[in-house]
Design a protein around this ligand. Structure first.
Ligand code: NFS
Length: 671
């Protein structure tokens, strides 16, 4: 039975997306937004109650007390399904990190055409974490050692993952105590698969312990490696002006969209698109040059470093093709819908796969090789330019918004104190004073099962009003960008009085865009530095902070959620829970849900919960922040104490008669 159909206004809050959904109707084409209404999810599999790990099944456990043919109980089955998703998510992030490490190695040995080491200061800083000698050595020599050390993290069999030493000391000790300190990245993923093979680990608590170790090997391993190397090779982000939404596509230029995750190719396409030879080639084809834009996390990577516009987040990939204005969509890995190639047959758009790991039927494959990256990037652009003449009718929504992304951990440090006093002290002080009530990270995907961007932007705006400073990454950050929340102006009229004072004083947006999803590790670094700065406890779980993924859909998001939890963060996921059990069965089938909340909180100080209602997400976030403030002995949050500084205070003063104004400003009576 098909679900009731929603209107396009119920499918997305984004006016550009609504316009394109009407366009799809005109053309008689489907998208994920409409297909989702045709496909009712399986409520047994969706709730994590189906086991298909062996050929005796699939076993669907629909009644209390039922077991699988092998005797597996519901909680074991749910834990196994959950850890498998986390292993896949961790594998995806980490394999991206591995490729970055190979690229760094090639660059260090002058074997990677077109690349160089852009941020030597970051290279030296990262190398120093691992006692790699720095003084008197060339960047390439240091990079070579760092690449070897990072490559070794994947295959390491014993010991401790090297980047985990960057966590607060108390957290590291806890991981050792609880037996979740990751040993090697590949080892944890492989062990997760081994443990969940038929007839292996059947104690759900024991399985979930390894789920934490697997996820930690992503956050404090593969993803952290990816972020470090991206910054070293392409530059550590700093604020830059960018734009987001489909209106960034151009009628008069060759539109090339890069979609996926790894910055290695997209950065080279950016360089190639500015090459005079390519610009001339585009002109000779009758276009005014090549207009590059991004979708998903590749968008974030080039947006925060070069200001290349983002055409949209996850659910915009099909909509971009529907404009008829895209000559080529160049994809690498992750979050790429198979529907793209079929949809593209209705237009002239070429879908170009580039990763040796990813092929899609119907796509043109031009394989990327970091050793000849620039040559390949130019070949891809020439293919797109050659396709310009085939463009038919176009329909580009005139909707776009400005944003300021690029708040790396290094930049936040700098912005709070400048070059000479760079420190997290002002941030900690603002939290301790109650000017900032707490911090929330809002991250993760779009999911067509909920209204696109709605949960992200609703929760963001409600928390801003409550003086919660937000950091965002991934598709969640693009959702806020499209709504204009990543601009300084939003810090004046969208926030509570205390946060307004902070945004005004520093000149920042109230939502700090910290990058792609692998860059959630920047958030781990920020939290660690807040601990080390002092005044907010001696471990991450004591900070008044919450992580939210309101519209999650990918396995990577689950891995992120669990590594944040294991690092001490309260994590709230929106939408459906993959381990919910049946709604009318609250006996043995909710064991796992309770365990990852109450059980994990006792062990890690962090917990993970699935909450569908956005108001409830906000309520729980604020309750947690206030609980942590109280535990630290900080003053109770009171918005009335703030908001009488900065522009607002000046306006107030200007309205006073002169003698009173002088008294208020200088504390002395005017003669
Ligand atoms: Ni993250 Fe980034 Fe977006 Fe979700 Fe996909 S692009 S890695 S998984 S959909 S946020």
């Amino acid at each position: 039975m098909a679900k009731e159909k929603r209107t396009h206004e119920e499918r997305t809050t984004d006016p550009a997306a609504q316009e394109m959904l009407y366009r799809a109707d005109e053309l008689g084409l489907s998208t994920a937004f409409t297909r989702v209404d045709e496909l009712v999810p399986c409520n047994i599999g969706g709730a994590g109650m189906c086991c298909k790990l062996c050929g005796m099944g699939p076993c669907r456990l629909t009644k209390d007390g039922m077991t699988g043919i092998c005797g597996a109980t519901i909680d074991t089955i749910q834990a196994r399904n959950f850890i498998r998703a986390i292993a896949a998510g961790s594998a995806a992030h980490s394999d991206h990190g591995r490729d970055m490490a190979f690229t760094l190695k090639a660059v260090a040995n002058h074997q990677a055409e077109g690349y160089s080491i852009k941020d030597v200061a970051k290279l030296r800083m990262i190398a120093s974490y691992y006692d790699i000698p720095i003084e008197g050595r060339s960047p390439e020599e240091i990079a070579n050692d760092l690449a070897d050390l990072y490559i070794a993290q994947f295959g390491q069999q014993k010991g401790e993952l090297a980047p985990a030493r960057r966590a607060p000391a108390k957290r590291q000790a806890l991981w050792r105590d609880l037996g979740v300190m990751p040993r090697g990245i590949d080892r944890e993923v492989v062990e997760a698969l081994h443990r969940t093979h038929i007839g292996d680990d059947q104690d759900p608590v024991h399985i979930l312990q390894h789920a934490v170790r697997t996820a930690l090997s992503d956050g404090w391993g593969g993803s952290m490696i990816a972020t470090d190397i991206s910054d070293i090779l392409f530059g550590t982000p700093a604020p830059i002006l960018g734009q987001a939404n489909l209106g960034v596509l151009r009628d008069d230029m060759v539109n090339v969209i890069v979609h996926g995750h790894e910055p290695t190719l997209s950065q080279m396409i950016v360089a190639a698109s500015q090459d005079p030879e390519i610009i001339e080639y585009a002109r000779s084809a009758g276009a005014n040059g090549v207009n590059l834009s991004g979708i998903c996390c590749t968008a974030n990577e080039i947006l925060m470093r070069q200001g290349i516009p983002a055409a949209g987040n996850f659910l915009h990939q099909e909509l971009a093709i529907l404009t008829g204005a895209v000559e080529a969509m160049v994809v690498d890995v992750q979050c790429i819908m198979q529907a793209l190639t079929d949809l593209a047959t209705n237009f002239h758009t070429k879908i170009i796969t580039t990763s040796p790991k990813v092929r899609i039927k119907g796509a043109l494959h031009i394989e990327f090789d970091e050793h000849k990256a620039l040559t390949i990037a130019k070949e891809i652009l020439r293919t797109a330019i050659d396709n310009y003449k085939n463009r038919g009718e176009t329909h580009i929504p005139r909707v776009k918004e400005n944003l300021v992304p690029g708040f790396s951990h290094e930049y936040i440090n700098y912005m709070l104190g400048g070059s000479y006093r760079a420190s997290f002290r002002p941030l900690n002080d603002a939290i301790m004073a109650g000017r900032i009530r707490g911090v929330a990270a809002i991250v993760g995907c779009n999911n067509p099962r909920s209204k696109q961007d709605y949960l992200h932007t609703y929760v963001s705006q409600e928390l801003l009003k409550q003086d919660v400073l937000l950091v965002e990454t991934g598709c969640g950050a693009i959702a806020s960008a499209k709504l204009g929340l990543l601009l300084g102006e939003a810090g004046l009229d969208k926030v509570g009085p205390g946060l307004r004072e902070v945004c005004e004083a520093i000149g920042i947006p109230p939502i700090l865009h910290m990058g792609s999803c692998v860059d959630n590790t920047r958030i781990l670094t920020v939290l660690t530095q807040m601990v080390e700065e002092g005044g907010l406890g001696d471990d991450i779980d004591q900070i008044p902070a919450v992580g939210l993924a309101p519209e999650w859909m990918s396995e990577k998001a689950l891995s992120i959620g669990v590594y944040c939890m294991g690092s001490g963060v309260y994590v709230i996921f929106g939408g459906a829970s993959p381990i919910s059990g049946m709604p009318d069965r609250v006996s043995d089938s909710d064991l796992i849900l309770r365990y990852i909340s109450e059980g994990w909180e006792k062990l890690y100080g962090g917990k993970m919960e699935f909450v569908a209602d956005p108001d409830e997400m906000v309520r729980r976030t604020l309750a947690h922040i206030d609980k942590k403030r109280a535990a630290l002995g900080l003053p109770e949050y009171d918005p009335n104490r703030f908001g009488r500084s900065g522009d607002r205070r000046m306006l107030e003063l200007e309205s006073l008669p002169l003698p009173e104004r002088v008294k208020a400003l200088y504390g002395v009576a005017a003669d």
